[in-house]
Design a protein around this ligand. Structure first.
Ligand SMILES: Nc1nc2c(c(=O)[nH]1)N[C@H]1C(S)=C(S)[C@@H](COP(=O)(O)OP(=O)(O)OC[C@H]3O[C@@H](n4cnc5c(N)ncnc54)[C@H](O)[C@@H]3O)O[C@H]1N2
Ligand code: MOO
Length: 390
């Protein structure tokens, strides 16, 4: 059996980043930018006032000083003239600072009588002026690749970039297998259960930028699995759930290979998630996830998300780990790398008692997978453990 990091390396070797497309800025959040974006203008393009008040000459600012108001500078409509000694301009936040002005006295520190102001309170040392280019200068570059956050979308807008070149969203086809499975809302027979992790996985992948199609559930017979595989035509990534282990009805690997899947690996030294498989299937990448709901979700986080990232042109790498001290002791680990469900709160990690890979109610409580190396000894309260945020 290979290790988790070896399996990830194998997966990355099967990935070729997808092509690119151009999208309007309003649809760019969460997408991976494919080309550097460079500002063609300086922001702000002029020295602007940071406050509402009166623009004057700094060397004249003193409590008791009087100024004559000679005009107004508003945002979008500046004052064209020159402001000389003893003169002031009424100025508003975001307005261009006129020539001659190098200090804005906020209006709360001033008494105004008709067209004259008197400084009543010490305005301090802050000139309340933002210099031109205070935010960024023309030529400033936001580098690619990066997954665009709302903050970066705002920055691109300020840079006057109306559309962005991004990597195409991966098309993922999700196939659940098993005679026992019915869709949520259907009426299950006495030996049946509701398909669940399919929906969790779609949510997980779509949040990472993919467009995930849930295909019809395949029955535990080769003809049915084959038919549903055909429906996956065109997908960048075909993901099966279940039928991956060694039971008589675990036929996914065999059918996939009959359809031309070139297997890269089968079985990983981890817990849960041991019966993971992957390979190439024509143009697509195929990943076979174990059926146990928590195993499927753990493998989705550990393996599929980095693949979704890499398909979208991000550097091939595991999702970053964090660390936290344990809130309570945990026993030693066995021979497989264990991804234990836990919850980090107020900087301390609680590892849950119940770790069976069928427990979605426990997974839903978790916000972390605590990573235990193989044969890791017992850990005490306060010991630092590594985890993957989920
Ligand atoms: N003799 C052995 N038995 C098992 C081994 C082993 O090494 N030797 N490995 C165990 C491990 S570990 C896992 S994980 C499971 C994985 O089995 P499969 O991938 O073949 O999954 P299934 O048998 O089809 O299903 C397992 C379990 O999960 C339920 N399931 C499946 N798909 C879904 C779905 N989409 N939504 C909700 N639940 C699903 C299914 O009903 C089963 O209860 O094998 C162990 N056995
Ligand atoms: O490794 Mo299985 O994935 O324990 O449940």
């Amino acid at each position: 059996m290979i290790t988790v990091s070896e399996a990830l390396e194998h997966l990355f070797s099967l990935v070729t980043p997808l092509g690119t497309e151009t999208v309007p800025l309003a649809q760019a959040v969460g997408r991976v930018m494919a080309e550097d974006a460079t500002a063609v203008r300086t922001q702000p393009p002029f020295a602007g006032s940071a406050m509402d008040g009166y623009g004057v000459r700094a060397d004249e600012v003193a409590v008791g000083a009087k100024f004559k108001i000679i005009g107004e500078s508003a945002a979008g409509r500046g004052f064209d003239g020159f402001v000389g000694p003893g003169e002031a301009v009424r100025i508003f936040t975001g307005a261009p600072v006129p020539e001659g002005v190098d200090f804005v006295v906020i209006q709360e520190d001033v008494d105004r009588f008709v067209n004259t102001i008197t400084i009543e309170r010490d305005p301090g040392d802050n000139a309340n002026i933002r210099p031109a280019g205070n935010d960024f200068a023309a030529g400033f570059t936001l580098t690619a690749p990066r997954t665009l956050s709302p903050n970066e979308v705002a920055l691109l807008a300020a840079m006057n970039i109306p559309e962005v070149t991004v990597y195409r969203r991966p098309d993922i086809a999700l196939i659940s297998t098993g005679d026992e499975l019915v869709m949520p809302g259907d009426t299950p027979g006495p030996d049946q259960i509701i398909v669940s992790n399919t929906f969790g996985l779609k949510a997980l992948f779509d949040r990472a930028g993919a467009v995930t199609r849930i295909l019809p559930i395949a029955k535990d017979d080769p003809a049915s699995v084959e038919t549903v595989f055909e429906l996956a035509e065109g997908a960048d990534l075909v993901i099966t759930i279940g039928g991956a282990s060694v039971g008589d009805y675990d036929i996914v690997g065999q059918v996939a290979q009959e359809l031309g899947m070139q297997q890269s690996f089968y079985k990983v030294k981890m817990r849960p998630g041991k019966p993971l498989m992957a390979g190439r299937m024509g143009e697509a990448l195929m990943i076979g996830l174990p059926g146990n709901p928590v195993s499927a979700m753990v493998c989705g986080n550990v393996f599929v998300l980095p693949v979704v990232d890499a398909l979208q042109g991000l550097p091939p790498a595991a999702r970053p780990r964090q660390s936290a001290p344990l809130a309570a002791a945990i026993p030693s680990n066995g021979p497989r790398e264990h991804y234990m469900r836990g919850r980090v709160e107020n900087g301390r990690m609680t590892v849950f008692e119940r770790q069976d890979s069928s427990l979605l109610s426990v997974l839903a409580e978790a916000n972390a997978l605590v990573i235990r190396p193989p044969e890791d000894g017992a850990r005490q309260t306060g010991d630092l453990v590594e985890y993957l945020p989920i």
